[in-house]
Each structure stands twice: as structure tokens, then as C-alpha cells.
Design a protein around this ligand. Structure first.
Ligand SMILES: Nc1ncnc2c1ncn2[C@@H]1O[C@H](COP(=O)(O)OP(=O)(O)OP(=O)(O)O)[C@@H](O)[C@H]1O
Ligand SMILES: Cc1ncc(CO)c(N)n1
Length: 262
């Protein structure tokens, strides 16, 4: 059995965060485990409240897993503050964990803070160098590089700049671009573009969490990075194509193993 761990926040409405990650791991035929960093009160209209967990219990959750189970890949999502980041980095380093995917979650789509702004530097300095892949969206890439990004060449330039911060591979996601949904992978030497038609739906809650979890699941299965990103792109596209209305706001994408053929 292939085993994948997510270290992230809980989304009570089940569309993003830990819940999206575990659904993705299952749909891709892997065994999912979770370390919860924070609990959000959240629905399809947005996040109304966040409580981070004590770093001690976060450390204990991670240790409980690593002391007992061989983990094939780790996805890191919402980490909220500097002390949580310090704890996660320390344990991942101690256990020499490979196949780490860092999704630098900063704010929710509705604008709620999921990473304290003063913790951005620690996230970049401590977690990026441990990552096989980091997956910023356009806005996160702008925050990290300090440059406006609205074209494919600007995404490539941002991917190069971000790769200097220590991650082996960078995927700048173009879900918020105009036109096709194109993602740019940079491996420190060359670029690869992953194109898909934009699915016309308002229901995209959880796309970012799902995409990074799918990359982690494919890395865990032994895929090289390019193949893992291609697999994740195909998976996210199917999940968005099957998105559905839920509640009164932005509905979730659908994790359904039968539409995934591999
Ligand atoms: N409407 C769409 N049609 C097809 N692909 C999409 C669409 N929206 C996003 N994607 C794809 O989904 C993945 C996640 O990208 P996105 O830029 O939405 O991430 P994100 O902003 O981190 O997500 P979130 O909105 O959950 O925070 C990427 O592969 C992107 O190309
Ligand atoms: C818990 C959580 N993590 C990440 C995101 C970003 O989509 C979210 N909305 N909620």
C-alpha cells in the first residue's frame, strides 16, 4: 500500500484542506493520513473563524506517524504561524522525509488569512528547501517574488525566482489566469507547460489543495516529477468537470475514482 500524509488545516465544509487532501489520496488509490494544524469554520461562502492547534500536539501527531509508519510522500498545506512551521520543519528534517510537496497557502479565496503575514518568511526559508515541489498560485507567486504576474512569460520568470529559494521544482498555477488553465513547471533547468481548457464552472472550492495532494500521491507511487504533475493536472481537470453546487456559495470539486483511469 502506498502511504501519503497531509499536514494541513481542516475545512468544516469538506471542500478544501485536510478533507480535500484525504479524498484525493483515496481516489488515487493511496492510503491517506492527516496531521491537523488548524481548524477553520468554513462553508461554501467563506471562512468565518480559525483556531490553530498547539505546536506540541502538531509535533506529537507527526512523530506518532513517523515513529511507526513508512510514509511515501507528504503534502503540506495551511500552516498558519511561525511556531507551527518551526515544529514541522524540525521533524521533517529529523526523519529525512522525501517527496514533500509544499502548497504555500496564504489566504482563502474569500480573503480570510490562513497564514499570518509575519510567518511568510519562515514558510519560505524553512519549508521550501525541504520540498520536492512547491505549488504557488498566481497571487502567492506575486507575494513571494514581489512582481506582478499576468502572462505566461511572467509565470516562467516567477518560477525561476522561486526555485532559487530552495525547492527542487516549482509549479506556478494558472487557475486564476484569463483563458486556458495553464500551469508552469520549472525544475531548475527547463520549463514544461501543462495546458487544459478552462472548465466553465463557479464551483472550484478546493482546487489548489487537491492539485498539490494529487502531485504528492503520484510522487508516492514513484512517478518522476513531470509525470506526477501531468497526472495531477488530469485529475484536477476531471474533478473540476464534475464539480457541483453545494450550499449558497462556491461549491466543491468532485473526487470520484471512476473518472480517473490510471
Ligand atoms: N476553471 C478551471 N478549469 C480548469 N482547470 C482549472 C480551473 N481552475 C483552476 N484550474 C486548475 O486547478 C489547479 C489549481 O489551480 P488554482 O490556480 O485554482 O489554485 P489555487 O488558487 O491555489 O486554488 P484555491 O482557489 O483552491 O486556493 C491548477 O492545475 C489550475 O490550472
Ligand atoms: C483549511 C483550508 N486550507 C486551504 C484552503 C485554501 O483553499 C482553505 N480554504 N481551507
Amino acid at each position: 500500500m502506498i502511504k501519503v500524509l497531509t499536514i494541513a488545516g481542516s475545512d468544516s465544509s469538506g471542500g478544501a484542506g485536510i478533507q480535500a487532501d484525504l479524498k484525493t489520496f483515496s481516489a488515487l488509490g493511496t492510503y491517506g493520513m492527516s496531521v491537523i494544524t488548524a481548524v477553520t469554520a468554513q462553508n461554501t461562502r467563506g471562512v468565518s473563524s480559525v483556531r490553530e492547534l498547539d505546536p506540541e500536539i502538531i509535533r506529537e501527531q507527526i512523530s506518532a506517524i513517523f515513529e511507526d509508519i513508512q510514509v511515501d510522500a507528504v503534502k503540506i498545506g495551511m500552516v498558519f504561524n511561525t511556531t507551527i512551521i518551526d515544529s514541522i520543519a524540525e521533524i521533517l528534517l529529523k526523519h529525512r522525509i522525501k517527496n514533500i510537496v509544499v502548497d504555500p497557502v496564504m489566504v482563502s479565496t474569500s480573503g480570510y488569512t490562513l497564514l499570518q503575514p509575519q510567518a511568510r518568511e519562515a514558510l519560505i526559508r524553512e519549508l521550501f528547501p525541504l520540498a520536492e515541489v512547491v505549488t504557488p498560485n498566481l497571487w502567492e507567486a506575486e507575494v513571494i517574488t514581489g512582481e506582478k504576474i499576468s502572462t505566461l512569460p511572467a509565470m516562467e520568470k516567477a518560477a525561476m525566482t522561486i526555485s532559487l529559494l530552495g525547492s527542487k521544482n516549482v509549479v506556478v498555477k494558472g487557475g486564476h489566469l484569463e483563458g486556458d488553465a495553464v500551469d508552469v513547471l520549472y525544475n531548475g533547468k527547463s520549463f514544461r507547460h501543462f495546458f487544459s481548457d478552462r472548465v466553465s464552472t463557479p464551483h472550484t472550492h478546493g482546487t489548489g489543495c487537491t492539485f498539490s495532494s494529487a502531485i504528492a500521491a503520484f510522487l508516492a507511487k514513484g512517478c518522476p516529477v513531470e509525470e506526477a504533475v501531468a497526472g495531477a493536472k488530469e485529475y484536477i481537470n476531471g474533478a473540476i468537470a464534475h464539480a457541483f453546487p453545494l450550499g449558497q456559495g462556491v461549491g466543491p470539486i468532485h473526487h470520484f475514482y471512476q473518472f480517473y483511469k490510471a
